[in-house]
Design a protein around this ligand. Structure first.
Ligand SMILES: C[S@@+](CC[C@H](N)C(=O)[O-])C[C@H]1O[C@@H](n2cnc3c(N)ncnc32)[C@H](O)[C@@H]1O
Length: 195
C-alpha cells in the first residue's frame, strides 16, 4: 500500500518526535473498517502525529467527525496541521488533549461507530471496557499492537506488555459482547464487532 505526501510527511514527523505509527497496511485496514461501517462518529485513542487519523478520516463519511485523544499537546499540534494538509476542515476532527482514562468517561454511550485504540498496552483493558460502552451495536473496535512485537505467541514472553495484550485478547475472545478477528497487518490489528 503506497502513501501520499501527506501521510509520508506525518510519518516522518512521528519518527522525529520518537513516535511509532500504524503501518500503511494497518492504515488501509482502518480506512476499510471505517468505510464498511459507513462511520460517522469515530474515537481514536492515541492521536500521535495524525497518520492513523488521516487513514480513518479517508474511510469515514464526508460528514463524519473523528474524536481523537492524546496526552501530548505537541503531538496533536502536528496532527492538526496534518489533517489540514490532508484537506479536512477543522470540523471533521475533535482533538482532545488528556489522558485517555480521564477523557473517555466524558464521551456518550452507544454514540460511536468505531473506536481505535493505539496506546500503551497497560491501558488496553480499560480502553476496551470504554469501547464496549461507547460503541453502538454493530460498531467496531480496532486495537493496534495485538502481536506485541511478535511476542504474543511465545509462551516464554512474560513481560508486562505481552501479558497484558494476551489477557486483553483472551477477554475479548471469551466475551459475549464481541465478535473478534486478529488481522495480521502491521503490529497486529485486533478487530471486533460489538454485539
Ligand atoms: C503509537 S502513538 C499513536 C500513533 C498514531 N495512532 C498514528 O498511527 O499516527 C501513541 C500515542 O498515544 C499517546 N498516549 C500514550 N498513552 C496515552 C494515554 N494514557 N492517554 C492519552 N494518550 C496517550 C502518546 O502521546 C502517543 O502520541
Amino acid at each position: 500500500m503506497t502513501e501520499d505526501l501527506v501521510l509520508r510527511t506525518a510519518r516522518a514527523l512521528a519518527h522525529e518526535v520518537g513516535l511509532d505509527t500504524v503501518t500503511p497496511g494497518a492504515g488501509a485496514a482502518l480506512r476499510l473498517l471505517a468505510a464498511a461501517g459507513n462511520a460517522r462518529a469515530v474515537v481514536e485513542i492515541g492521536t500521535g502525529t495524525g497518520v492513523s487519523g488521516v487513514w480513518l478520516l479517508r474511510g469515514m463519511r464526508t460528514d463524519g467527525v473523528l474524536t481523537t485523544i492524546d496526552g501530548e499537546i505537541e503531538h496533536q499540534r502536528i496532527a492538526r496541521q496534518v489533517f489540514t494538509e490532508a484537506g479536512f476542515p477543522a470540523g471533521r476532527s475533535r482533538i482532545i488533549t488528556g489522558r485517555a482514562l480521564d477523557v473517555l468517561p466524558r464521551l456518550a454511550d452507544g454514540a460511536y461507530d468505531l473506536v481505535f485504540v493505539d496506546t500503551e498496552a497497560t491501558s488496553f483493558a480499560a480502553c476496551v471496557e470504554a469501547a464496549q460502552r461507547l460503541l453502538r451495536p454493530g460498531g467496531v473496535l480496532a486495537l493496534n499492537g495485538a502481536l506485541a512485537d511478535s511476542r504474543i505467541g511465545d509462551p516464554a514472553a512474560r513481560d508486562v506488555e505481552t501479558v497484558t495484550t494476551r489477557e486483553t485478547i483472551k477477554a475479548i475472545r471469551e466475551s459475549e459482547y464481541w465478535i473478534p478477528a486478529l488481522l495480521p497487518v502491521g503490529h497486529g490489528l485486533l478487530a471486533a464487532v460489538r454485539c
